[in-house]
Design a protein around this ligand. Structure first.
Ligand code: SGN
Ligand code: CA
Length: 549
């Protein structure tokens, strides 16, 4: 009996202790899981805002921070001086729409399905804007996107249809067509500022894709910059008169400043007499006709004397090619000046509104561009000038001013990088890698890739660049051109940075060639690419991506 009572007492005591422990555990667990939800302000303070600025066809050499002395871009340079400059920023497919699809999805073209500018894009697939939106971001896409269909993942979109126009451009605002008066770069900047100031919900973190059309062909400058560079003579690159020896595919290009640059369409020689009858005269007439009378008067006042002078000179051969180069450089760089102004306005807005500290600002282009190297304009090739793209980034909270990054990053890495900063999980099928660790001074020393992969598919097509793919390491590059040819090229970028000597058959490079072939097989395996896309397997390829021609 006594024992029993003790037992009961003990049991009761045990039960009380147990109950207390149980209550403490329950309280702890519930307090963890039902913690008062963070206010939007608290959340916004943690997740950085992102302003992702992309221009179109902007060669890295045409940004003064890269030190080539062609022009002065003080506002774009500010991003580098207050943050980081990437010396080895690359794309995976050097053409507009595919590049943007890679940027949005974090997947190579053969995975996201948008292989060229012509075949459709499937917006239903996942992209990083959708993921940020789900995590509470306000998202906007303003300017050039060049992907068919209504952008998905954005609370607000106001985009150019296709390539867009320089003067009095049409836009598509949330699916509805609107025409704006003015110059496209300024209009795009104004729309971006308007969204920042008046359209977004200010208590949420935001993602703004602010994407300029310039400096895309046909390089029509803004009136205030007509005369900029008038007194400068640009020196053509050393390989301007390239003979393409040992590079039969390059020899078949249709992107030569001498032969393929149209004096009316590209170089504005729309004479009133109609004597300069070029292939694309009518197309340029269409762009000119978009201008109102005031815009036309200012345009004519600048270009008419140049037209008369050009006609009087009757240039031919090398002299004509050099004249074209000079005209091209002037207009191309002028359009960049307006892009730089816009960057300055957006940076100022962030500053004036106390947003600088918690906003990541990235400046990049959809790919690089030839400024006379190999005698070319345009892009598409895996050669450095178009494979590379400018990349500058600032985020005062994590990136030390004046950071220089020499590792090879690609547009494939934007999606995972932004998700990483926002603390949103990165899906397993994303192929890029977050480069946050490369720019964060505290995380230095992390492992990074030592090879990058490239693909290009738009052939047959404009500018006649054959289909190819390849691998680039820090020092070497191996390229395979296929479809209607079977051509291999190997470059030693240390001894031949301009890629003038294909050493593929040079016995001195036989070991390197073997190694690079292995690297190519490895990297294609890593990214799940093995087939060369051709007419026979195209339909099956598209079907697998939920698309059709
Ligand atoms: C247009 C241009 C080409 C350019 C492509 C792709 N021709 O077709 O010169 O290569 O765009 O550029 S034009 O006569 O229309 O100007 S991309 O940047 O959009 O990929
Ligand atoms: Ca482009």
């Amino acid at each position: 009996m006594k024992n029993n009572q003790i037992l009961k007492k003990r049991t009761r005591k045990f039960n009380i202790v147990n109950l207390c422990i149980f209550c403490i555990v329950v309280l702890f667990v519930t307090s963890c899981s039902t913690q008062t939800p963070k206010t939007v302000h608290e959340q916004a303070a943690e997740q950085p805002n992102i302003v992702f600025i992309m221009s179109d066809d902007h060669a890295y050499k045409a940004i003064s921070a890269y030190g080539h002395g062609l022009n002065d871009t003080p506002n774009i340079d500010r991003i580098a001086s207050e943050g980081a400059i990437f010396n080895k920023g690359f794309v995976t497919n050097s053409i507009c729409a595919p590049s943007r699809a890679v940027m949005l999805t974090g997947k190579h073209s053969h995975m996201n399905g948008k292989v060229d500018n012509i075949l459709p894009f499937n917006w239903d697939q996942e992209n990083f804007a959708k993921a940020l939106q789900r995590s509470g971001y306000q998202t906007a896409m303003i300017g050039k996107i060049h992907l068919n269909g209504l952008p998905q993942g954005f609370d607000y979109s106001n985009v150019l249809p296709g390539q867009g126009s320089y003067y009095n451009p049409n836009f598509i605002e949330n699916g509805k067509k609107i025409k704006y008066d003015g110059y496209v770069t300024t209009v795009t900047t104004d729309l971006a500022l308007d969204w920042l100031d008046n359209k977004r919900e200010k208590d949420k973190p935001f993602l703004l894709l602010y994407h300029q059309k310039a400096p895309h062909r046909t390089w029509m400058p803004e009136e205030k910059y007509f005369t900029l560079f008038d007194d400068i003579e640009f020196t053509p690159p050393k390989n301007f008169f390239d003979d393409y020896k040992g590079r039969p595919v390059a020899a078949q290009h249709e992107m030569g400043i001498d032969k393929h640059m149209d004096v009316v369409y590209d170089l504005k020689m729309l004479d009133k007499e109609g004597e300069l009858k070029t292939k694309y005269r009518n197309a340029f007439q269409g762009q000119y006709n978009r201008m109102d009378d005031k815009q036309k008067a200012a345009w004519d006042a600048y270009y008419d004397p140049i037209i008369s002078d050009f006609k009087a000179k009757g240039l031919k051969g090398k002299e004509l090619a050099l004249w074209k180069f000079q005209r091209y450089m002037e207009d191309y760089l002028r359009t960049i000046q307006s892009v730089d102004d816009g960057v300055g306005e957006v940076l100022d807005y962030l500053e004036e509104n106390g947003l600088t500290e918690n906003t990541i600002v990235v400046y990049t282009s959809d790919q690089g561009f030839y400024l006379g190297e190999h005698g070319w304009f345009d892009k598409r090739f895996m050669y450095e000038e178009s494979f590379r793209t400018p990349l500058l980034m600032k985020y005062p909270k994590e990136i030390k001013a004046g950071t220089v990054v020499n590792e090879m990053v690609q547009n494939l890495d934007f999606a995972p990088t932004f998700l990483d900063y926002a603390g949103v999980s990165i899906a397993d099928d994303i192929q890029g890698e977050s480069f946050r660790g490369l720019v964060n001074a505290k995380a230095k020393g992390s492992e990074w890739r030592d090879a990058i992969y490239y693909t290009y598919y738009e052939f047959p097509g404009e500018h006649h660049v054959k289909r190819h793919y390849g691998v680039r390491t820090d020092r070497y590059k191996l390229i395979h051109f296929y479809y209607d040819v079977d051509v291999w090229e190997l470059y030693d970028l240390e001894s031949d940075p301009s890629e003038m000597t294909n050493v593929y058959t040079d016995p001195l490079y036989s070991k390197i060639k073997e190694d690079m072939h292995k690297r190519l097989v490895e990297i294609r395996k890593k990214y799940g690419d093995s087939k060369e896309l051709n007419d026979e397997n195209l339909d099956n390829f598209l079907k697998a991506k939920g698309l059709e021609r």
